[in-house]
Design a protein around this ligand. Structure first.
Ligand code: F6P
Length: 319
């Protein structure tokens, strides 16, 4: 391997810059040229490239977002776009590719693998933690920490007014951010897309709620009902409650990555370069039981599950 190109794609997530730094460091150590591709698959198609060196990236591990910028590309969904991307790689003598992104990115990589003879390694970068083949995705821990910082603040005002708050967190179709943040802030109810039972428990609880304290509901944005409908149902069940809705939103995507995410970025980045040197291709690097783990792209995009232990915790804490 003489020349690696790297891009970030889909929603940005804290820790992506740390991964870029690690990739640059490992490339430098192995005398491999490193090219950064701007704006994900869009830049791959158009040849929007920059030179990347470790010393430029060293101080950026603390920064959220991605210095390469990112995008969700419609053109790459078409075969025409993917062919153009491959041509661009070849014209620039790039002989290996690293992609950092979430499930949309991996769907793109799987489609690309049908025509691409250049080895590709993926890094799971998304706040949603919804990727198979890794215990944690890059950015999840930071997003959860941002969510809990915000919910803790909401609790202050909720307790002062004895209000019910419905707090919506991100995660797309995954309830991971809701479970982690809801449990550690001591939420009274946590609603996730993976469970229908949680809603019934919430209604049972709210029936007996006597407006003498705060009541915090954390709801995942992908939950079937959604914050508005949950609010309506709560009001129907107990018309005495004073209720407010807060959507934490994109704040969860930004901010300085936590130590855990910086470290995850560093481990993923170095492992991706080493995997290419060891002739691995079309796999994602993940961490399972604290060990590096490689998963083929077709496995990565399978339906991600919440493990049973976490589901049991929800049942226990929501009673
Ligand atoms: O996939 C990351 C994520 O932040 C999801 O949690 C959320 O549903 C989505 O991206 C928001 O996307 P956009 O930034 O395009 O609005």
């Amino acid at each position: 391997i003489k020349h690696i190109a790297v891009f970030t794609s889909g929603g940005d997530s804290p820790g992506m810059n740390a991964a870029l730094y690690a990739i640059a460091k490992a490339a430098e150590k192995n005398s491999i040229k490193l090219t950064g591709i701007k704006k994900g698959y869009e830049g791959l198609i158009d040849g929007d490239f920059i030179n990347l060196e470790a010393h430029q990236l060293q101080k950026l591990t603390q920064k959220g977002g991605t210095i390469l910028k990112t995008a969700r590309s419609k053109r790459f969904m078409e075969l025409e776009g993917r062919k153009k991307a491959l041509k661009t790689l070849k014209e620039n003598n790039i002989d290996a590719l690293i992609a950092i992104g979430g499930d949309g990115t991996f769907r793109g990589l799987l489609a690309f693998s049908e025509i691409c003879d250049i080895p590709v390694i993926g890094i799971p970068g998304t706040i949603d933690n919804d990727i198979c083949g890794t215990d944690f995705t890059l950015g999840f821990d930071s997003a959860v920490n941002t969510a809990i910082e915000n919910i803790d603040k909401i609790r202050d005002t909720a307790e002062s007014h004895n209000r019910v708050f419905i707090v919506e967190v991100m995660g797309r179709d995954s309830g991971y951010i809701a479970i982690y943040s809801g449990l550690v802030v001591g939420a009274d109810a946590i609603l996730i897309p993976e469970s229908a039972q949680d809603y019934i428990q919430l209604l049972n609880k709210i029936k007996n709620y006597e407006s003498e304290e705060a009541f915090i509901v954390v709801v995942s944005e992908g939950d079937e009902l959604g914050a508005e409908l949950v609010a309506t149902k709560i009001k129907e069940m107990n018309s005495d409650v004073e209720l407010r809705i807060t959507r934490i939103g994109h704040v969860q995507r930004g901010g300085n990555p936590t130590a855990l995410d910086r470290m995850l970025g560093i481990r993923f980045g170095v492992a991706a370069v080493e995997a290419l040197i060891q002739s691995k291709k079309n796999v994602m690097v993940g961490i399972v039981k604290n060990q590096l783990h490689f998963t083929p792209f077709e496995e990565v995009i399978k339906q991600h599950q919440i493990n049973n232990e976490l589901k049991q915790l929800l049942v226990l804490f929501e009673k």
